[in-house]
Write a protein that binds this ligand. Structure first.
Ligand code: NAI
Length: 484
């Protein structure tokens, strides 16, 4: 059930299905979701997601001006550039997770966070359906569904891995997108190595178990392959020398080269380094199917197919928009015609809707799906909201968007700060803008620069200190991929 439309503006929580008395998701009744009484005149701004885009909006927004509600199934901000290094224990998981409650707590009393998925939207009634995260095994605390209203909505739900419908990927591969993927990869690596140490298995089976395959030669696949090689050469070589020498890493890329978005000098450098360190590159080769123990590859030029036995396979073949972006698209199908995600304009407005903005990997624009794009969009949007509130309220909600803010609100324009990627062996590659040109750097010094960038960009002093400590511990005691 929902409240009548005319009471929405001040009530905001329209209904709530409370599954347990002990853990209500949202208080039912005439109370705003920020916990204030229903009298607040402020507009309710709902931010979906806790990734680079939405978290930046939250951090830069003047929260005095709005009732802010953050909704995300993930209760932390994840520093994604260090995700590959987490899989092999170079950094620890908690070091790169910033609890969203810390950020929300610092933003004042008019900010609320709900750990929930948004599963549906009524764009005319300005209403969202939320489903609380539920651990299916916890029968004492099942999930809860509720509805909230918004005046303004910012969609930053991000992207997810793209399988391109390849058979077997969902069932047999690991992904590298979320923190849950890290423990899965660690477990697979540990299991493969421990099984391979048994004396009673054949040499062919041992070789299969110790074959680690990475699918996709974009930055994610390259960084993961580099980190994996570090684990083998620096740690496993000490703890399980008899097996370490038998572990093989193969990186499979459908295109003729890895890192298609990087300068060719950096591509050549990376491929050379991989060859030197023994990472096998299968370029011009696409993975067509993954089975329980083998995967099928097809050479892009000859069309010939082959079967490769593997022990662990990590799928890093690209990303696509999350389900909620498609749910929202389906509400305005004649305008939202791109299956890649939400079509936005230069003011980040979701085309065909009113009072809805979107940013980051769930959108379709001329910008690549990069963390720094989402982050810059978040800064731009929060500034626009701040300025709009100063300029007297409702202008932002008009059909022509930010036009009431006059020339002060210029369209969003992305300005690249460059690209960096760690490739293993204490080496990194970088493309940096310098005096209207792009300069390229590679090697150990670039790796120092990459580390400094990570420490600088981490979202809090706590995270920077934790990561620096992880690196110190790694240097002194080595890595660990212990996992239960
Ligand atoms: P991506 O889309 O950049 O790369 C995926 C690669 O997988 C492509 O080169 C594609 O040709 C290949 N591929 C697709 N299907 C395949 C198949 N069946 N068999 C073999 N190869 C296949 O994806 P990634 O690396 O996850 O990056 C996503 C986005 O995030 C990109 O825009 C990337 O630039 C950005 N990113 C940037 C980083 C950095 O700059 N350090 C780090 C991580 C991501």
């Amino acid at each position: 059930s929902t409240l009548p439309c005319d009471s929405r503006r001040h009530a905001h929580v329209a209904s709530s299905t409370i599954a347990t008395k002990s853990r209500p998701l949202v208080v039912a009744g005439n109370v705003a979701p920020n916990g204030l009484s229903g009298q607040s005149k402020k507009k309710t701004l709902v931010l979906l997601g806790t990734g680079w885009g939405s978290t930046t909006v939250l951090k830069s927004l003047d929260t005095q001006n709005y009732n802010v509600v953050v909704v995300s199934p993930r209760n932390y901000f994840l520093f994604t550039p260090l995700l590959p290094s987490c899989t092999v224990g170079t950094t620890e998981s908690r070091s790169i997770m910033e609890p969203i409650r810390h950020i929300v707590g610092r933003r004042g009393k008019d900010v609320r966070f709900y750990e929930a998925q948004v599963t549906d939207i009524d764009v005319n009634g300005k209403e969202l359906v939320l489903e609380q995260n539920a651990d299916a095994s916890n029968t004492h605390s099942p999930g809860t569904r509720t509805r909230i209203n918004y005046d303004y909505l910012v969609v930053g739900v991000g992207g997810t891995y793209n399988t391109f419908g390849t058979p077997g990927v969902e069932k047999y591969a690991c992904f590298l997108k979320e923190m849950g993927d890290v423990s899965k990869i660690r477990r697979r690596l540990k299991d493969a190595i421990e099984k391979a140490s048994f004396a009673n298995i054949s040499e062919a089976e041992r070789n299969r178990l110790l074959h680690m395959v990475v699918v996709g030669g974009g930055p994610t696949g390259v960084e993961f392959a580099g980190e994996l090689h570090d684990l083998i050469s620096e740690d496993l070589s000490r703890w399980v020398p008899e097996l370490a020498s038998k572990i093989r890493i193969t990186l499979i890329e459908a295109l003729p080269n890895v890192l298609p978005s990087f300068d060719h000098k950096l591509v050549d450098y990376t491929q050379r380094m991989f060859k030197q360190t023994g990472i096998e590159l299968l370029t011009g080769t696409a993975v067509k199917e993954i089975g329980a123990k083998t995967l099928t590859v097809r050479n892009s030029s000859t069309g010939t197919e082959a079967e490769l036995p593997y022990g662990t396979v990590v799928w890093a073949a690209g990303i696509c928009a999350r389900q909620f972006a498609h749910t929202l698209r389906s509400k305005v199908p004649s305008v939202q015609t791109s299956a890649r995600g939400l079509i936005i304009d230069e003011f980040l407005r979701v085309q065909g809707t009113k009072d809805i903005w979107a940013l980051g990997d769930c959108t379709v624009s001329k910008n690549a799906p990069l963390a720094q794009v989402a982050s810059q969009q978040g800064k731009w949007l929060s500034k626009a909201f701040n300025r709009m509130a100063k300029d007297g309220g409702g202008g932002i909600a008009t059909d022509d968007g930010f036009s009431q803010m006059g020339a002060a609100t210029k369209p969003f324009k992305y300005s690249s700060n460059g690209s960096l990627a760690y490739i293993g062996g204490e080496k990194a590659i970088a493309e940096l803008p310098f005096l209207n040109k792009t300069i390229t750097m590679s090697g150990p010094l670039t790796s120092v620069f990459w580390k400094a960038y990570c420490l600088w960009e981490l979202s809090s002093v706590r995270s920077s200190l934790s990561v620096a400590t992880d690196w110190g511990k790694r240097a002194l005691f080595g890595r660990t991929i212990s996992v239960d």
